[in-house]
Design a protein around this ligand. Sequence first.
Ligand SMILES: [Zn+2]
Length: 154
Amino acid sequence: MCPFCNPTILECVFLESQNFLAIYNIAPVLPGHALVIPRDHITSFIDLNRQQRAEFLDITTHAVRILLKAFNTDAFDMSVQEKPEAGQTIEHLHLHIVPRVKGDLPDPGDWYPLIHKSDQMVMDDKSLKRLSKKDLQIIVKKLRDVAASPELRE
Ligand SMILES: [Zn+2]
């Protein structure tokens, strides 16, 4: 089953809109690593219609603000992989957001290979590097609390 269509994904949701969810990554490459996904199994970024594109950008911006505040930084990376040739391993559109802090990796560009590995961990239930259910709950609750603060709304 597609991991992003599995109902258990709802435990990771810290922000939602009509057609999209912002979720904490069960296998974060760095603290704060989150994903924005469509609720429906949409594979391609370029298949989004005009209304969905606007909504996608809107919830992504809101999610970035929440993550930056929760993880106390103003730096972040973002990425979408489309098609296997580009490194897409989960066939459900997902945009990675990774908050960054000075010195978090030996080189600032080192985050990218980790993203690819992270998708494989999401696919592999037996991987040991996934967050525990308890740690996930703590982070998601914190992000939901930040999301509820009024100054982040617009
Ligand atoms: Zn899916």
